[in-house]
Design a protein around this ligand. Structure first.
Ligand SMILES: [Zn+2]
Length: 126
C-alpha cells in the first residue's frame, strides 16, 4: 500500500499546545484517513492518528459519559471530573512498521513544505 496523497493544515503555534497541524492522507487512491494530528515536542515531531476518547460509566445510571463531564448526559447527576483519567484510543493505525515509517515520512514531508510556505507568506506580509 502506498500513500498517494497528503494534505496538511497548519495550526497557529500559540506556545500552549503541542498540536502543529492536521493531516488527511489517501492510500492507493482508494482509502482516506482524515483528522490526523501533527504533534511537536522539543525532542521530536510525530503523528497522532484519529482517535476517540475512552469513556467511563455514570455511577448513578451506568450510561457512558466522558471523564470531562461534570454532569451525566443521561440522568443529569453531578459527576467528579477527572481529567487525569482521560484517555484516547486510535481509530486506525498502521500494522506494519515499514509502512508506518513510510506513512509518517510522507506526512512530515508535507508538513515541512507547508511550514516553509507559511513562513514565506509571513515574510512577504511584513
Ligand atoms: Zn447518569
Amino acid at each position: 500500500m502506498k500513500v498517494t496523497r497528503v494534505d496538511v493544515r497548519l495550526v497557529r503555534n500559540t506556545g500552549k499546545s503541542r498540536l502543529r497541524g492536521y493531516f488527511t492522507a489517501d492510500f492507493d487512491n482508494v482509502f482516506r484517513v482524515n483528522s490526523g494530528r501533527i504533534i511537536e515536542t522539543p525532542d521530536k515531531t510525530f503523528l497522532a492518528m484519529p482517535s476517540k476518547e475512552n469513556f467511563r460509566m455514570c455511577k448513578d445510571c451506568g450510561a457512558k459519559i466522558s471523564y470531562k463531564a461534570q454532569y451525566c448526559s443521561a440522568c443529569g447527576k453531578e459527576q467528579l471530573v477527572n481529567l487525569a483519567a482521560v484517555t484516547y484510543k486510535d481509530v486506525c493505525h498502521a500494522l506494519d512498521k515499514t509502512f508506518a515509517t513510510e506513512f509518517e515520512s510522507a506526512v512530515l514531508a508535507e508538513y515541512n513544505k507547508a511550514k516553509v510556505i507559511a513562513s514565506n507568506d509571513n515574510g512577504s506580509n511584513s
